[in-house]
Design a protein around this ligand. Sequence first.
Ligand code: SF4
Length: 264
Amino acid sequence: MAIYSHSRLSTFEQCPLKFKYRYIDKIIPETGISIESHLGKIVHEVLEWLHRQVKEKNIPQIDEIISNYSKKWEEKYSDDIVYVKQELSQKEYFNKGIQFLVDYYNSYHPFKENTLDVEKKIILSLGEHNLIGFIDRLVYDSKKDRYEVHDYKTANNLPTQEKIDTDRQLALYSLAIKELFGKEKDVLLVWHYLAHNKKICSKRTNQQLKELKKEIIALIEKIESTTEFPSNKSVLCNWCEYKSLCQEFNCKPTKLKQEKLDIW
Ligand code: SF4
């Protein structure tokens, strides 16, 4: 039995060769993460901390949030972080994160939602395999008897409602919540697009979730039976941490570091 994640499935769909580098050969990339990933990671960590504090009835002041963000940014920043776009400086990326957090704080303070958990681990059984995921924040609205799966996005793009209505990741988390709390339970999917200070919501019917489950099982079966992993060159190669190894860019693998631990 293999353990899958949404990221594992998406990597295979994006580029089978990248999938092979990451999940089969378990190669640790020699380049650092992108500045966008660094920003996203720190903002997620601060929002996780904020909601853990709120759960303990200790609502932080905005300056505590900024100070926590600055500390985490400094601790995790390293010189091998990659700037693909070269449009913004480190300081400008740093300030973007502050803006995200200030807008979020001003919009939701004093955080009355009934948060059940943050970074909640879910395991979804998909035929012979399991899918693991982490929900940024799980809320239960007792008045509506409804669960809410909240996800934070730090990218600049703002998807259309149509695109959100077909998003796969949170739909899979919706399936997991229904397996945990009951198929008849109402589950609302909530995306926070922090760069736009905008919340977008969607829902899935049980029929849609049933079809999604079938599609994902079929995709996993395809991955399990795959023996050839061709490259798939696209604009996303600019952010690929394996570009320096990739045949598409005339690179030959040199000495590769391999990771012993499993990567989801
Ligand atoms: S650089 Fe592009 S083609 Fe090469 S492994 Fe990465 S995503 Fe695939």
